[in-house]
Design a protein around this ligand. Structure first.
Ligand code: HSE
Length: 319
């Protein structure tokens, strides 16, 4: 299959942006180069010499040679502006911004249809674990009955460290931040919001059900205290933050994010640290279990890389 050459306009050069830069250096087989990088902070020292940097987003939007926009910034509102402008100008987009996608799903779908241009976001959901592509392709004709799992790396890391190593909640959160796992506003992780955004993306690709963040309940791990940890230890259980969606008998979908006690029989029991784990149940395949690193520079960049590669042969989601 012949592949298109891709010229990338990259927005954001933080943890994942730099990770993508490194990963692309090591994958010369892919005909994709970063032509220009738009960053916000003029005072930051950047340790690469060869790439172009700009502070003006129009340098990227107005460059006719740039055919892919990769959006890896932290701010969901600014990401929305970038992604919608790109789609309207007919440039394909890769984004890792789950909050932005979950909040604007309907409109983003409409823009893709109207301008016939793809938006891919594998990195927005469970980082390195290729769950969206599996839901889109592998299960295309096999009906999903339920999907559940651990979809937030930071909270799983915090729960693992407090449980196994007796680290304090604050120390474990600090480590998750230092390792680049946590959101810049960590309440998005600990309050279960990040998991809910990912669940909303999974719902769209599992059941074709498009809901808004305010439609789903999320309870985070921030209220888990010594009592719950003591109970779990005594009973040989662990606590996991689980996102769950399933089809009821009446055909309606239930979906929510809650912390759960899990026992050793549960597949999620051994999904620790920054790993994510998702269990799908379908009509024909029955249960399947996916595991992979759910946060961090290279695992997230690997999903972005996979989307870039998919765009080189004009892949797009069918929803
Ligand atoms: N803060 C997110 C997490 C990053 O910890 O899962 C990856 O989406």
């Amino acid at each position: 299959m012949s592949r298109k050459k891709l010229n990338i306009g990259l927005f954001g050069f933080g943890c994942v942006g730099f990770g993508l830069y490194e990963v692309l250096q090591k994958t010369p087989g892919l005909k994709a180069n970063i032509k220009n990088i738009c960053v916000k902070d003029r005072n930051k020292t950047r340790e690469i010499g060869v790439e172009n940097f700009t502070f003006d987003k129009n340098d990227i939007f107005n460059d006719p040679e740039i055919n892919v926009i990769v959006e890896l910034i932290d701010d969901a509102d600014a990401a929305y502006e970038i992604v919608t402008t790109a789609l309207k100008s007919g440039k394909a987009v890769v984004s890792a911004n789950k909050k932005m996608i979950a909040e604007h799903f309907e409109e983003l779908l409409e823009l893709q249809r109207k301008h016939n241009v793809p938006l891919l976001y594998e990195a927005a959901c469970c980082a390195s674990m290729p769950i969206i592509r599996n839901l889109e392709e592998y299960y295309d004709n096999d009906l999903l009955e339920s999907i559940q799992g651990i979809v937030n790396g930071s909270t799983n890391y915090i729960l693992t460290k407090t449980f196994k190593e007796n680290l304090s909640y604050d120390e474990a959160l600090k480590q998750a931040q230092e390792k680049g796992f946590a959101e810049s506003n960590p309440i998005l992780d600990t309050g279960g919001f990040d998991a809910k955004y990912k669940l909303l993306i999974l719902l769209a690709h599992s059941f074709g059900y498009i809901a808004k963040p305010e439609d789903l309940l999320n309870i985070g791990i921030n209220n888990i205290g010594g009592l719950e940890l003591k109970y779990a230890r005594e009973k040989g259980l662990k606590i996991k933050l689980v996102a769950q969606a399933f089809k009821n008998n009446d055909g309606n979908i239930s979906a929510f994010v809650i912390p759960k006690f899990v026992d050793t029989e549960d597949r999620l029991f051994n999904v620790d640290d920054v790993f994510n784990g998702v269990i799908t149940k379908t009509s024909f395949a029955d249960e399947q279990f996916f595991v992979g690193k759910g946060a961090g520079a290279h695992p997230t960049a690997s999903a972005v890389l996979s989307d870039i590669s998919a765009l080189s042969y004009d892949y797009q989601y069918e929803y």
